[in-house]
Design a protein. Structure first.
Length: 152
């Protein structure tokens, strides 16, 4: 029965590749670093063909680029800071608009849930009713607001 080893870190890959590139034999690096000869040869061949042996994200490509997701995150934070929190549907709609520009596919609820976990500063907001005492605006409140805006 074969033993399955966890993946190698990018640092382990780079140091082993540099050892081979500096003139050491693959078999010697294999013994020192405990990396199989086949794996070392694959990394060397990949590097010679211009590919990097670094670990890559597995699975399908992302719907949104990291820059696009960051801009949506900043937009949501700005809306929350200005007192206009956005709900789940509004965020999904905005993300879908951005995604449609890049790959013509919409964004769903799954993306929203994962985005919330990737960005812990975002919170799920639920609208609440405002009490009558806080909702009442008097004439003096409007005059005070008018004069305070005039001074600014």
């Amino acid at each position: 029965m074969t033993k399955i080893r966890q993946g190698y870190t990018n640092e382990e890959k780079r140091t082993a590749f540099q050892d081979v590139r500096s003139g050491s034999k693959v078999e010697d690096v294999h013994k020192i670093r405990n990396i199989s000869v086949r794996t070392l040869n694959r990394w060397v061949n990949a590097a010679e063909s211009g590919k990097t042996p670094d670990n890559k994200r597995r699975g399908p490509s992302l719907h949104l680029t990291p820059d696009a997701e960051t801009s949506i995150y900043e937009w949501v934070i700005a809306r929350q800071m200005s007192g206009f929190p956005v709900g789940r549907q509004v965020v999904i709609r905005k993300a879908s608009e951005v995604a449609m520009l890049t790959d013509n596919q919409g964004i769903g609820d799954r993306w929203y849930r994962r985005s919330i976990t990737r960005h812990p500063a975002l919170t799920i907001r639920r609208s609440q009713g405002v009490s009558k005492s806080r909702d009442v605006v008097t004439n003096s409140d409007v005059v005070t607001l008018f004069w305070s805006l005039g001074k600014a």
